[in-house]
Design a protein around this ligand. Structure first.
Ligand SMILES: *[C@@H]1O[C@H](CO)[C@@H](O)[C@H](O)[C@H]1NC(C)=O
Length: 384
């Protein structure tokens, strides 16, 4: 017995714990994208971002700091001394990587590049090496010159004027990553991106350029040209016509395509079932003027199905509640009656008069009652 009791308690506890377990699972399942930052940049892009930010700083401080010198020659001299001063470098570095969403990566790159920046800063300011080349390619070694790739900045294979037939790019171009093979644009395949992908056809070709274009949307398995007449085969939802090619099938021609409370909408290659307006029982379109039949509580007035009475629902609910009350009272009387006839009959009489009173009240106030006075036929009661 004690054991059984224990089992029941255990069961209750586990039921009580269950929702928490479920909630816990949902909590840990919170969309992880919220927590991770936007996609991080590659090292080369981060370096480029840093260099661009530094160049902006150079521009920002190019007008000099010591303004308002007494004489023009004085101002000029001060400007010159500021040009490569420690002070200007600090001014630039203070404003570095402030804007944009990748500022953390940019700052990180700035830290790593600090010593190289200092040597670059010490160079002759009138014959500077390009900052990007000096920092990102030569010293940080995270980028390569254009059309070079990989650890050692090997040149991308092929004609640099027309890499990957002009329809793709060399993997790792400009960075220390990748293997130099072609990454083709959509619609192109092949080692050199010189073929059309499936679902595309060759739409232009000369000595220097080839173009692939998408087949018509009704095609499957390829095409010879761009129209619906040029398909190798038709996609599902389309039917082949010898004159017109692949034509859309109107699925809505089939009356039983959607369920009873929906109407069918054809679209190219497909169809949608949409729910009828609430005033309809079945319909051939959206809105209360498209009903085939009106829903319960609505009747046809011209084109439209209009609600019979605003308070119809409410009054129906009230009627049901009233009847439930009667049934309750009658049952109570039924229980009481066998125990005490006198008390039972008094209560029974009260209940009956209550019901009669309530129904009479409802009747004269125009609510739906137990008996509909207008159609009431007394003789019927005795016939049955
Ligand atoms: C080059 O890299 C791509 C993608 O990383 C890979 O699919 C491909 O097989 C590689 N090619 C060679 C020749 O290593």
């Amino acid at each position: 017995m004690g054991n059984a009791k224990g089992n029941v308690i255990n069961m209750l506890i586990s039921f009580a714990v269950l929702p928490f377990v479920v909630c816990d699972v949902q909590l840990s399942g919170v969309n992880p994208n919220i927590l991770t930052q936007s996609k991080s940049l590659g090292d080369c892009q981060a370096c480029k971002l840093f260099v661009d930010s530094f160049k902006k700083g150079l521009e920002r401080t190019s007008r000099g700091k010591y303004e308002g010198g007494d004489a023009a020659w004085e101002e000029e001299k001060l400007k010159l001394s500021y040009k490569r001063s420690e002070m200007r470098l600090i001014d630039i570095q203070d404003g570095l990587c402030k804007e944009g969403k990748h500022s953390i990566q940019c700052h990180h790159m700035a830290e790593k590049a600090e010593e190289f920046i200092e040597t670059w800063w010490a160079q002759d300011p009138d014959a500077p090496t390009d900052l990007f080349t000096y920092i990102c390619i030569e010293n940080m070694k995270v980028c390569c010159p254009p059309h070079h790739f990989g650890k050692d900045c090997a040149p991308c294979p092929g004609d640099h004027e027309k890499l990957c037939s002009g329809n793709g790019k060399c993997r790792g171009d400009g960075t220390r990553k990748g293997n130099g093979t072609c990454l083709c644009d959509t619609g192109y395949i092949g080692e050199n991106c010189d073929q059309c992908a499936s679902g595309y056809y060759l739409s232009y070709k000369d000595d220097s350029k080839m173009l692939c274009s998408k087949c018509h949307m009704s095609c499957t398995g390829g095409c010879r040209a761009g129209s619906q007449k040029d398909c190798v085969a038709c996609k599902p939802g389309f039917v082949f016509d010898s004159d017109e090619g692949c034509l859309d099938i109107n699925e809505c021609d089939d009356e039983n395509r959607c369920s009873k409370d929906q109407f069918c909408m054809n679209s190219i290659g497909s169809f949608t079932c949409m729910t009828c307006d609430k005033s309809c029982n079945s319909c051939h379109g959206d809105g209360p003027d498209m009903c085939r039949k009106c829903a319960k509580g609505y009747s046809k007035k011209g084109e439209f199905c209009i609600a019979d009475r605003e308070d119809e629902d409410q009054s129906e609910k009230l009627t049901t509640t009233r009847y439930m009350t009667y049934v309750g009272l009658l049952i109570a009387t039924g229980i009481l009656l066998p125990r005490s006839t006198s008390l039972g009959s008094i209560v029974g009489a009260m209940v009956l008069s209550y019901i009669v009173g309530a129904e009479y009240y409802c009747m004269i106030n125009g609510h739906t009652g137990l008996v509909d006075l207008k159609n009431f036929d007394l003789s019927q009661m005795f016939h049955t």
